[in-house]
Design a protein. Structure first.
Length: 84
């Protein structure tokens, strides 16, 4: 049995989003694979490195967005924690 260290339950999701640098420059498109109140798993469109901290734009006009800090990386996926 695998122990899940997450503090909040994640739910599966397939939602397109945008990674934007703290300087407001668009970095990459991504897909939110799962999400919780505290973080998410993102599938990246490009192979280039994403910054350690960025804004995740979840809706048109950036009305829904979260500041993210990367907590793990793999080939084309990253795990992020939402930062207040």
């Amino acid at each position: 049995m695998q122990y899940d260290k997450r503090k909040a339950i994640r739910r599966p999701l397939r939602h397109r989003a945008l990674i934007v640098g703290l300087d407001k420059a668009v970095i990459d498109n991504c897909t939110v694979s799962d999400i919780s109140a505290t973080g998410a798993q993102l599938r990246l469109a490009a192979k280039e490195d994403s910054p350690d901290e960025f804004d995740l734009i979840l809706s048109k006009g950036a009305k829904v967005h979260r500041r993210c800090s990367v907590v793990w990386r793999s080939k084309n996926r990253i795990g992020v924690r939402f930062v207040s």
